[in-house]
Design a protein around this ligand. Structure first.
Ligand code: B12
Ligand code: SF4
Length: 502
């Protein structure tokens, strides 16, 4: 069986597609990945041409919600030209919205899909239909059929490793789909491909109302956290550093890496230092960040922790976000990072229609107490279908209202939002002053000038200092990664791009 898997991310860092690709290859099938980083008509036409030349047995496409409009365009074009080639879509958006995707796709694979795709390949080779395959949704006589879900996969060690630069990979560049080479790979991978993205677990102990885990825990009726063994996790890292000796950073994308036990971390840290010895980044909830784990991981090279405050209003966190984290817990976690020389990257969610100015001021009050320096990542609250917060939105604004899901980075530049942004960069006294005098036009004017200066000049400098800290104050290392990071940050600001914290 020969498949083409299409990724719509602006970068090559697509875990889901890479896992499925490796799994199909390991099981003796032919699979190619096509990265379509730009969502244009000509990219769509190039894909149709590519499929025409390759003649796969089926085409798969995985995507998030912001990519869904383009998925529909390519899906419709592919099915129009090749009605005989089955088109299967998967990933978070199709899992939440199978009916919508079945307007143009033949099948939706719900949830985890390595085994689903393998079974499809095997059924294809045996000339059997796909209708009995678990996790698939499809239309029969105009009605949507949803097959039962298989259980979540417990043994994550049995998956072959996803590849940093996968074999049989192609990318849309210069108006055509070209075989991926190292130069193109660097161009389409954040940090010039010198940071390796990896996951040691699937699932999260939390189910925050705005996050996919709010939907997935209901879909599967479980919040089970599944973990790889430290040995298997490290073997993947070893493989990549052998293949890419210029690798500079391990970017660990687990929803909550620190949810693993301290014994797991000890075992990981001991061998990480011996075999990998590169700085690494993790995401965690503040609740799972303990001094014991931080000490163990710092010794191994932990440089950054990405963690969510989300709101300084405990009421918002509790009643709207369903996050059981007090401000004290968050502040204690930031102090531990500071104490052990780990750079903090903290998420805050703005533009929340369930909050008022007083709640934003509560957020500023918490941020004032976070030990400096630290970096903020600000998001505009996005209401993804299937999540609890989406239902709250519909209840508040009426079932006909349609939340915008494209502009999560473009938070409104209100006075208070700007003050949130510069709180890490100014003294507590200044924050209080700008809060107290915010109704005075002249002060607002001066504030805007200061804001422009701080966000253009001081914020990048502060980020550089944090990087220096996370690289153990090594200027050489910091400078080597600074340029790719700078380019990545600019791209993140100009396009839809980013990563999220727990
Ligand atoms: C790692 C990660 C990233 C990485 C890599 C993304 C990727 N696609 O691999 C990066 C940093 C690039 C990223 C970026 C963003 N992310 Co992100 N990310 C995640 C995270 C934390 C883990 C995803 C993951 O890799 N899981 C492990 C793999 C193995 O699972 P998987 O991706 O779900 O894939 C499985 C199935 O979905 C399915 N599948 C996947 N693809 C396909 C394809 C086919 C054909 C089939 C059949 C099946 C299939 O099978 C796979 C294997 O089992 C999730 C949260 C989560 N817990 O899922 C958010 C999540 C996917 N991200 C999200 C968002 C919003 C973003 C951003 C848009 C914005 C932001 N806040 O940063 C940006 C994208 C901007 C951009 N233009 O690049 C949202 C998407 C919500 C939605 N409804 O669309 C999520 C769900 C988090 C959330 N808020 O709930 N992200
Ligand atoms: S937002 Fe973070 S902590 Fe909350 S459920 Fe999602 S991944 Fe877990």
């Amino acid at each position: 069986m020969k498949s083409i898997l299409v990724s719509l991310l602006p970068t090559t860092e697509n875990f889901g597609i890479k896992y499925i690709h490796s799994f199909l290859l390991k099981n003796g099938h032919h699979s190619s990945i096509v990265f379509l980083p730009r969502h244009t008509e000509s990219a769509c036409a190039a894909l149709v041409d590519f499929i025409d030349r390759q003649r796969p047995d089926f085409v798969g496409c995985g995507f998030m919600s912001y990519e869904a409009p383009f998925a529909r365009r390519i899906g419709t074009a592919v099915k129009k030209r090749f009605p005989e080639i089955p088109l299967v879509v998967g990933g978070i958006h199709p899992t939440i919205n199978p009916e919508e995707c079945l307007d143009y796709a033949d099948y939706v694979s719900l949830g985890e899909s390595e085994e689903v795709m393998l079974e499809m390949a095997e059924h294809f080779d045996r000339g059997q239909s796909f209708y009995s395959i678990q996790n698939l949704a499809y239309k029969k006589d105009g009605t949507v059929v949803r097959n039962p879900l298989r259980p979540l996969i417990d043994d994550l060690d049995r998956f072959p490793f996803p590849e940093h630069l996968p074999e049989h990979a192609y990318v849309y560049s210069g108006d055509t789909i070209q075989p991926m080479n190292r130069a193109l790979f660097r161009q389409f991978t954040r940090y010039d491909g010198k940071a390796y993205n990896i996951i040691s677990s699937r699932g999260c102990p939390f189910s925050c109302a705005y996050c996919c885990n709010s939907f997935l825990s209901k879909l599967y009726g479980s919040k089970k956290l599944r973990k790889r063994s430290p040995q298997n996790f490290l073997a993947e890292m070893r493989k990549v550093v052998e293949q890419f000796p210029d690798m500079m950073l391990m970017n660990i994308h687990d929803d909550c890496f620190l949810a693993q036990s301290v014994e797991w971390h000890r075992e990981f840290a001991r061998d990480y230092k011996k075999w990998i010895n590169l700085p690494f980044i993790v995401r965690s909830t503040p609740l799972h960040l303990t001094e014991e784990k931080i000490v163990v991981l710092k010794e191994a090279g932990l440089g950054w922790v990405t963690m969510g405050l989300q709101s300084g209003s405990e009421q918002t966190n509790r009643d709207v976000f369903y996050r059981k984290v007090s401000n004290d817990t968050f502040l204690e976690a930031t102090r531990l990072c500071h104490k052990h020389g780990i750079s903090g990257y903290y998420d805050v969610i703005l533009d929340n229609p369930f909050e008022n100015d007083d709640n934003v001021i509560e957020t500023i009050d918490v941020l004032k107490k976070v030990p400096k320096p630290f970096q903020l990542q600000l998001f505009s609250l996005t209401f993804y279908k299937g999540t609890d917060i989406y239902d709250m939105y519909k209840e508040k604004f009426g079932s006909d209202s349609d939340p915008d899901i494209q502009n999560y980075f473009r938070y409104s530049r209100s006075y208070l939002n700007k003050l949130v942004r510069i709180t890490p960069l100014i003294s507590e006294g200044m924050v209080d002053y700008f809060l107290a005098k915010r109704s005075r036009p002249l002060i607002r004017c001066g504030f805007n000038v200061l804001y422009a200066f701080l966000s253009i000049v001081v914020e990048p400098l502060s980020f550089f200092l944090l990087m220096l800290k996370s690289f153990g104050n090594s200027l050489t290392m910091t400078l080597r990664i600074a340029w790719p990071t700078f380019k990545t940050k600019i791209r993140e600001r100009l396009t839809v791009f980013g990563s999220e914290a727990s």
